[in-house]
Structure formats: C-alpha cells, structure tokens
Design a protein around this ligand. Structure first.
Ligand code: ARG
Length: 597
C-alpha cells in the first residue's frame, strides 16, 4: 500500500465526522480539489455539492449548482487540469456539467474495513457503534408509538405504529439523542362505561385472567350489539364513565384491574417483537388540571364557542374544521386529553422534540391539536411532529378471522415453521426451531411493513412474507446466517490478524470487494438520511443492496479453497465486516439477526 492516507491532513468541514464516517474524508478530499481549482468556493461550499454517483461512479459533482460566474466547461477544465491522483482520489472525468470522481481503491478498502472493525469491536462502550453519529448529542426526544386501546383490538394499525416507532427510537439513539419511548394507552373514554355495563352481563373473571385483552373485546362487541337495540345502554355507559371521571372509587376498581392485566399481556408481546417502552402512560393519566387550564387559556383568547353546552374551537380558518374540546356533560375527550397531555409532558420532560407515530387516518386529529397548541403560543409546539403511515390491507389470519397481535405473531411463526420443516436435513441441524421460526416470522412481518414508504397502504401477503426469495425478511435473515457461518467454516483463518496487517491490496482488482466495501462505507450516510426522512425503507433498501452484493460475490470471492492464505484472509475480512454492518442495519430495524437457521 502507498503511504497511508491520513485524515489529519484534510481540512475540517462542519457537520462531518470522519471518525465515524470515513467517506466524509474522501468527500472532503474531493471538495478541497474543487475549492483549490475554483477559489470562489470554500471547501465547505464545495463539500455540499459532492453527491453519490450513478452506477459505476463513486462521487459526482454537478457544477451548475454552485452558480459561479463564467462557463461550466471552463470550471470543469480547471479542476481536471489541476488534478493529481493521491491516496484518496484516483481519477476525475468531466462529462457535460458533471465531474465524476473515483476513489483510490486500496485506501477505500483499508479505511472502511478498519473503521467498521474499530467501531464494531473496539468501542469504549463495548457495543457495536458503526453507523452511529453524534448529531443529537445533548438533545431529548419523546417518541410516542404503539398506543393501543385497552379492551379494543390491537389491530394492524397499532402494529405498524409499533414497528415504525421502535425503529425511530433506535434511530434517534444511534444519532446521539436521549430517547424516551412512550406508550400512550387508550385507557379512558366512554367505551369503558360500555364495558362496565357489559361486564355485569357477559363478564367472567376466569376468562379475564386467561386473556384480558381478548375477553374485554368480547364483552365490548356484545354490549355494542345490545346498544344497537336498546339506546338505554349508551345512556347507562355514559353515566358510568361520568362516575369514573369524577373519581368514584367503586367505578374505577374494575377498570384498574383490566388495565393492569392488559398491560401485562402487551409487555410479553412487545418483548417478543423486540420492542421496549420507557414509559407506559395513557389517556387516563392526563391530569384534569392541564386540560382545564388549556380550555381556560383558549377561552381567554376568544377561541372557544359554546354550542348546545359543548365547547368548540373553530379551526375553519386553517381548513381544520371545528373541533369539540369538551362534551356537554363535562366529560373529557380524546382531543383535549392530547392537548393537556402534551403540555404536561413538556413540563415534565422539557423535550427538544416529540414525535407521534400515528396512522394517517388521524391526520386531522393531530393537525388540530398541534394547531391548538400553536394558537396557545407554546414555543415548543413547533417541535411536535406527526410521523404517519398508511393502512395495512387484507390482514386477517389464513382462516380469515379478525386478528390480535399474538395471533399474528403465532401465525407468522407457524408459517415459517412449516416452511423450515420442508428441508428435513437443515431442520434437524437447527438447535431451537421454534424460537428460530418465531424470529424469522417476525422479521418477515417487519420487513414487509417497512419495505415501502410509510404513507403507502400495503396489502399483507402471507406467501410473500414467508418466502426466502426476493426482498423478504427470511431472505435477509438467510443472508446474515450465511455470513455468520463463514466464520464457523474457516476456523483455520481465525482469529484474523489486526487490521493493519491484513493485505487488502490483494483485493484491489476485485469489483465485488470494492462494491461491498463502498456500500459498507455508505452506511453512516444511510443512517443520517433516514433521520431526516423518518423512512425505515431507506435502511431496508440498503440492507437488500448489501445482501445482493454479497450474494453475487460468494462464488467468485471464495475463502475456503483459496490457496493464497493472505488473500483468503483479506476476503474473509470483507465478509465479516459485511456481517457486522448487515447486523447493525437489521438491529436498527429492531430485528434480531440470527446466527443459524
Ligand atoms: N389509542 C389511539 C388509537 O388507537 C392512538 C393514540 C395516538 N396517540 C395520540 N397521542 N393521540 O386510535
């Protein structure tokens, strides 16, 4: 290798961090050449114009974006004629308004692999950190997600919120933020009056202990039927809820028990999904005083009108309709609880940002309460963000019945289990087929959910979910397992020598190694991009690109059977690094990467 490229000779550019993203150094090196040739530009300005190139090109600069006086061709010629290859950049070509840069392959391989290694296996925290950044250091975010309604079905909409929210929580942590994961249960409202009325008639303690969520839903469905025939049921229910709101202990006793049992059951299921919450709160916990204060303030500001005893905020001016903030009987409602809840959370946590992961069916609701908080002139109201998502269509079990979360998970596991059994030899080699199929099944659900843009509706497809072919969860797990197995199959090469002694220059003419390593180098950028878009699909796409690049390397870039041991070791290093990064991407998506299957 030529004299080692050193990051210390490059200028510093704000917002970059070569110690966590070595491609920053390559980009800075490109930017410096441009700034040297075109003195009107600072390195920082030039840097902002260095983008990933199209296929076969490492980085591209579109000159017109700099809006420099004079002709683009002349600018290009200056850069090209000044160009000297060095350890960072190998060549430049001029193509119309573009300059295309190729990186020095040996430096690329060495620097990226060394960084992946150091930030995976040699961190001060003892945990893998490759891909992470510090952009959120010192800042606090509350991420509210999942938020099912106790005693109503945990439907696929909540599952989406759970999956996307868990990803966002991981993402913000990976970007240095302090994250508070919050589950805001729908545990308050007239439906509990309905259930209380229904429970007297249809409830069973035994069924409740067995599966609280399911039983309460049964009761709820039955009492709703009754209510259709008999309007009195709703009146009774509203009376009961009013007693709850007034703090009547007798009325609250059962409710409290239902809530506890439901949470217990949810926690088990979240565990299986690899999802965790720092705070379980709920609509019931929003202090009445915060809601009252909010209404008072709105009133003072002249924003409230009275219609038949109910109180409304008129948001027509912003095309957000009229919103009821308090019912005629004085009981609280969903919207007001959200308003009071946000104020209360700000007082308690002083967050820098709060994200609500809620279905796009509630776009209006979220827009209304964000608007009301802004009208109330809370400066932090601008730091609220709604991360929404589309519907899941066609989601019922294979037998066609309504689904609960635990059924979805169980069924996904069963589907995978059946699938694995088809290959008896492999099946017998797996230590824990039940656990493994559960994990693959969950991966299938998650990948299906996060593969496309959030706002898109998608149709749940059991066949596709369980397939090992195409861009599916099982395929991704398989790709990781295959990488993990390469270490087990080559014990004679392990442990690898320290990075500085591995002869990566032997890989300099391997397009496969180069492609894989360039992708590995781009992972920290992927993380930064999705932090802006809040799109898990960006990480899913990356994971599949990497998996594909690896899969086309297998037969060419062989390790076992390669007579040159130095070359075999260098290749093995690429594969092990690919495993580290694929594993990191999967974990970011809340997926547990498997070692065997
Ligand atoms: N529990 C609600 C539902 O299932 C979702 C809650 C969303 N969060 C919020 N702060 N409103 O529809």
């Amino acid at each position: 290798m030529t004299s080692a490229a050193s990051t210390s000779t490059l200028p510093a550019v704000p917002g970059t961090d070569p110690s966590r993203c070595i491609l920053d150094s390559f980009r800075i090196s490109i930017a410096k050449r441009i700034a040297d040739a075109l003195p009107a530009l600072s390195v920082e300005q030039a840097y902002s114009g260095v983008d990933y190139g199209k296929k076969g090109v490492d980085f591209t600069v579109a000159l017109p974006r700099f809006r420099l006086p004079g002709k683009v061709d002349e600018h290009a010629s200056k850069v090209v004629s000044n160009f000297q290859p060095d350890d960072w950049v190998q060549s430049v070509t001029h193509d119309k308004a573009f300059l295309h840069f190729q990186l020095n392959t040996t430096t690329l391989l060495k620097q990226v692999l060394t960084q992946v290694h150091a930030l995976t296996h040699e961190t001060a925290s003892g945990k893998p950190e490759y891909g992470e950044n510090k952009s959120g250091a010192g800042k606090k975010v509350i991420i509210e997600y999942s938020s099912p309604n106790i005693a109503k079905a945990f439907h696929v909409g909540h599952l989406r919120s759970t999956i996307i929210g868990a990803f966002l929580a991981n993402l913000y942590k990976a970007s240095g933020w302090e994250v508070i994961s919050m589950n805001y249960l729908g545990d308050w409202g007239t439906q509990f009056g309905m259930i209380a009325v229904g429970f007297d008639k249809y409830g069973s303690q035994e069924a409740l202990e067995k599966d609280a969520i399911k039983h309460l839903l049964d009761v709820y469905v039955k009492v709703n039927k009754d209510a259709e025939a008999d309007p009195n049921v709703k009146v009774e229910a509203a009376k009961f809820f009013k007693r709850m709101e007034d703090g009547d202990e007798e009325a609250l006793k059962n409710w409290r028990h239902w809530r506890e049992l439901s949470i217990k059951k949810y926690v088990e299921e979240y565990d299986r999904l690899n999802v965790h919450f720092d705070v379980y709160t709920g609509e019931s916990e929003v202090g009445r005083e915060w809601q009252d204060k909010a209404l008072e303030r709105l009133n003072e500001m002249g924003l409230i009108s009275d219609v038949d005893g109910a109180k409304l905020v008129d948001l027509e001016k912003w095309k957000l309709q009229k919103a009821v903030v308090r019912k005629k009987d004085g009981t609280s409602i969903y919207l007001t609880r959200d308003i009071g809840g946000a104020i209360e959370r700000y007082e308690k946590y002083k967050f820098d940002k709060m994200i609500y992961v809620v279905s796009s069916q509630q776009d209006l609701h979220l827009a209304q309460f964000f608007k009301i908080l802004r009208l109330m002139e809370f400066p932090w109201a601008d730091n609220l963000e709604h991360v929404n998502y589309g519907l899941v269509l066609g989601m019922s079990t294979r037998k066609g019945t309504v689904v609960f979360l635990d059924q979805i998970i169980r069924e996904a596991a069963d589907v995978m289990h059946e699938q694995m059994r088809k290959n008896e030899e492999k099946y017998n080699a797996v230590e824990d087929p039940e656990g493994t199929s559960l994990e693959i099944g969950i991966t299938g659900i998650k990948i299906q959910d996060m593969a496309a843009k959030r706002v898109n509706n998608y149709t749940f497809n059991w066949d596709r979910m369980k397939s090992f072919e195409g861009d599916t969860g099982p395929y991704l797990q398989y790709a990781h397992v295959r990488l993990a197995s390469i270490a087990r199959k080559n014990p004679n090469l392990l442990p690898l020598p320290p990075p500085s002694e591995i002869k990566v220059d032997l890989l300099a003419d391997s397009p496969h190694a180069r492609e894989i390593v360039f992708l590995l180098g781009s992972y920290p950028d992927v993380v930064k991009t999705v932090l802006k878009t809040h799109e898990p699909s960006g990480v899913v796409t990356f994971a599949f690109r990497l998996a594909h690049a690896i899969s086309s390397a297998w037969d060419v870039m062989i390790v076992k059977g390669e007579p040159n041991e130095d070359l075999a070791k260098a290749r093995l290093w690429v594969y092990l690094s690919a495993r580290d990064v694929l594993g990191a991407a999967m974990r970011l998506l809340s997926i547990r990467p498997l070692e065997r299957m």
